[in-house]
Design a binder for this molecule. Sequence first.
Ligand code: SF4
Length: 482
Amino acid sequence: MALEAMRKVYKIMNKTASTFIAKSTIKSADIDHRRKINFNIGKYNAVVPAGKTQFENLMAAREQAKNIKWRALEKLDIMLEQFEKNISARGAKVIWAETAEEALNEIHKICKAKNCKTLVKSKSMVTEEIHLNKFLAKQGIESIETDLGEYIQQLDNEAPYHIVTPAMHKSKEDVAKLFAEKLGTPENLSPQQLTLVAREKLRKKYVEAEIGVTGANFLIAGSGSISITENEGNGRLSSAFPKTHIVVAGIEKIIPSLNDLSLFLPLLATFGTGQKLTVYNTIISGPKQKNETDGPEEMYVILLDNGRTNLLANSKTREALYCIRCGACLNACPVYKNIGGHSYDTTYSGPIGSIITPHLKNLKEYKHLSYASSLCGNCTEVCPVRINLHELLLENRYESVVDGGASVSERVAWKLWKTASLNRSIMNMANGNLKNKVVNSLFKGWTKHRADLNFSEKTFNETWKEQRGRSKKYDVRIIKFK
Ligand code: SF4
């Protein structure tokens, strides 16, 4: 039985990894894809340096942000309870969900109670993580994405391609064609005209919807508030128009106090899009109060774990929870830029996705993501909260090997490598040509996408002797010179 279960796990694991490799192989050869991504990331690269100039001491700001997140995560239980106490005092209801299923069931209960037929939703990766739209569709509830990028992706029946820019892989011509196909608009509309079409369709939905769903960029413990950051105003409309507002947020979004926003909002804006500040920054501390005219009558905040406590329990990977989802590490990653967001087949892609997904889901099944890195360290370099991303990728690799995630052939290959490397006489038995043949046939996967491993023709001992000979002569000459 145990053997059969193990076989099943390996089958799923191999399928996930081989799908990733197959998709990546196709995408990395797609020149049109590369052109669009380079164009869009190029625009991002052009504005980010200007945004960074708003910080007098950028490194100090990043270090401070890291320290704040460190402090918040070290006291996560206390912070979350403080958040719950403070926001509940203003009439919001906090729901704790350990899994995606629990969160979906709670949302379903609320939808049923409100007889919800239409729901408007602002951009939120955590609702992608729990596959909320699919779930609501099964319940016969129309869920409309109101962020323009997300709306485009929803029309195309595709998941977001990037955590900040969901339709980054589409050109303006692609979007015009999509709108023509799905909405019957003329094929040659400009981006401004396309935006107006989306705006007209979406405005009606805000009024119709019984429920609005948003994520939260930050949960503020001290004041019991959520902070939402966006550029289109759709987050405000989604949270304020419908009578019921549901917030779904990962537990790691906590920060201690409102004052911390003065650091996190500019950091998020600059590293996310190159702006000094995102256009709309909203702080919500509960539903509409007695003396207020606007806002929802009811507000629910779902605090989601869904594997985050696995990261929290691990003192090495815990710092991955500091992430503020700015997307900078994706834009900086040579692997992401070549294989694109969809090849990962996970909610969170790029370096941060490769680190957290194996812990949120299953280390054995997703360990391959940690190898999808050149370890160049560019991700670590650009992260606003200074997460040691490339080191965490190495940590994942280490943990997956310790966890027994390496295949038998891989383990045998490394065992042979180690035995030979530690034994000088074995290393001296063969010349470079023979070593090349043996090693390149032993590590078959290695040479599939890389050049052969090439050993020097001479052994280390031979080279050492030669060098020693030369340096001895050199020593003699120096002595003579003296
Ligand atoms: S890991 Fe850092 S760079 Fe990457 S999305 Fe998170 S905050 Fe941004």
